[in-house]
Design a protein around this ligand. Structure first.
Ligand SMILES: [Zn+2]
Length: 82
């Protein structure tokens, strides 16, 4: 049985080492823990499950090369301001 710990939105910047193209993506992430206390993150982009950006095999959206550097930009939630 798994238990949802939290959900988050985290932004990542990607830089292609081949063509220099940069882009950003905001991932919806669900962190869950399993029976033995291990924690997993399930990543989605626009509601579609995707591999974690940290998996390291993200292809460049411009030239298709693999070998893209991933830079965490932190969580995107801004505190509501009135
Ligand atoms: Zn590229």
């Amino acid at each position: 049985m798994t238990m949802l710990i939290e959900t988050a939105v985290e932004g990542y910047r990607f830089v292609c080492g081949s063509c220099g193209h940069t882009w950003m993506a905001d991932y919806d992430i669900q962190y869950v823990s399993d029976d033995v206390g291990a924690t997993f993150g399930f990543y989605r982009l626009d509601g579609v499950p995707v591999p974690a950006p940290t998996a390291g095999d993200i292809p460049c959206t411009n030239c298709g090369a693999v070998g893209v550097a991933m830079i965490p930009e932190g969580r995107c939630e801004a505190p509501p301001r009135g």
